[in-house]
Design a protein. Sequence first.
Length: 328
Amino acid sequence: MMIEARGLVRTFKTKRGPVQAVQGVDLNVADGEIVGFLGPNGAGKTTTMRMLATLIKPTSGTATVAGCDLAKDPVGVRRRIGYVPQSGSTLPEAIAGDEVVDHARLYGVDKKKAIADGQALFEELDLPGLWRRQCKTLSGGQRRRLDIVMGLIHDPKLIFLDEPTTGLDPQARANLWEHIRGLRERGATIFLTTHYLDEADALCDRILVIDHGKIVGAGKPDELKQQVSGDAVRLSLADETQAPSVTKIVQELPGAVAVETDGDVVAFRIPKGGSVLPSLLRSIDAQGIELNGVEVHRPTLDDVFLTMTGRSLRDEDVPATDEKEAVA
């Protein structure tokens, strides 16, 4: 197991009094997994990642990270992990290659090896010809790939990526996704936070959902979607006065839930909506009711998130509960 944490707690002193940002988190990450860690703003995800990366100490709880005890051997943890922060880690005026070599030297990597490995990573991550460029002259996507090079230069087996594609355009995001998938081919395990549900769906073998400092859901993306009550079906009627009749037909379907009427639209959820649809349409047609349209949507991670937390991943109307408010 690459990460095994039990009962992680982190409490901060703030101007409003003590705030428990993380409240007894248990989690496991297996070797070779790409695990997404999702949560609304203030949910505790960055605090949890920073604890696992030894950047802040847990108030209580235990964890083994990359084979080392988090409390007893934090230096051993640091030697074995790569950490790519959301804000980046390069100086604007610095030369890209020098930043990589200096970072490697901090881990005890020989300079000649650092240069050779760094240049190889530049080629692998689509940064050819940029070794002697100033960091401030690189595009957003290039700077994020440079951050990843710095996280990889000492050949860690576990990589923490904090919001790796924030601020990138769609093409740059898609390109970086391919590079992140490639990290697994190098034998790495990846633990990432993201605000993009499509990113988590596309990249992650498994997802952990945290809310108010506690893990509220875990599983493969498809498994989590199955926990939502079926597919979403939306029937648009030619005559809204027929809505009560259609609603009655829908309510008689086994498994139909959340049946709602809004003018000429009847919406509901039902397991395996595509297979239910033919018989439903026959029943509606038998009563001479005309439809203008039918839509069926599989559950998305958005639906999962709303079901588990009652709010959007990007909701910001919650109290901050991380180290940003901490006071000495």
